[in-house]
Design a protein around this ligand. Structure first.
Ligand SMILES: [Zn+2]
Length: 184
């Protein structure tokens, strides 16, 4: 693809840059666009059937930092719908159906102690280290929401994924053990 600069604007294959419209305009030039991320990932999974896939989303974090609560909620709702769509795809694909586990989690929380700091996170925001994880799959008992009992940590997620594959995760630094409550 060649972009040529001229005083009439960049052009690509005779299409003027200024009149080139995409069907999914980015809502914010600084944010990763989760819609594009999701659809690329979905297409890749559909075409290549990997045994493991990781999809990282960005918009809730971005809009949180921006303090745009309406966009934050809209993105969270959109990602809920994408997770449903992904699960529906898994359950209609013969290679994945009833053999695939979907793990949804986040790398940090935002705390709930100081409501005015909801859009920040990090060591100075109390309770921002608290996260959640959702697991659905054929080996995971349907126990609903578990908020009491044992504490689990994000350093256990890699070992948990490995255990779903029947593998024992080891590395040169210390890691947590697989989370037993999500597998039977
Ligand atoms: Zn952040």
């Amino acid at each position: 693809m060649n972009f040529k600069c001229s005083n009439t604007g960049a052009s690509c294959g005779g299409v003027n840059y200024e009149t080139w419209e995409t069907s999914c305009p980015p809502p914010d030039p600084w944010a990763m666009v989760d819609t594009i991320t999701y659809h690329f990932a979905k297409e890749y999974i559909h075409r290549n059937h990997p045994r493991f896939a990781f999809i990282g989303f960005d918009e809730t974090d971005h809009y949180g930092h921006e303090g745009q609560y309406d966009a934050y909620l809209a993105t969270a709702n959109m990602l809920d719908n994408y997770m449903k769509d992904l699960w529906d795809m898994i359950q209609t694909d013969p290679q994945y159906k009833d053999k695939t586990t979907l793990i949804i989690t986040c790398d940090h929380g935002r705390g709930h102690a100081g409501k005015t700091f909801w859009h920040h996170h990090g060591p100075l925001v109390r309770d921002a280290h608290q996260v959640w994880m959702a697991v659905i799959g054929p080996d995971t008992p349907a126990k609903g929401e578990l908020s009491k009992g044992k504490h689990y940590y994000t350093n256990q997620i890699a070992a948990t994924i490995a255990k779903f594959f029947g593998l024992n995760y080891t590395t040169d630094h210390s890691v947590g053990k697989a989370i037993d409550v999500v597998m039977q």
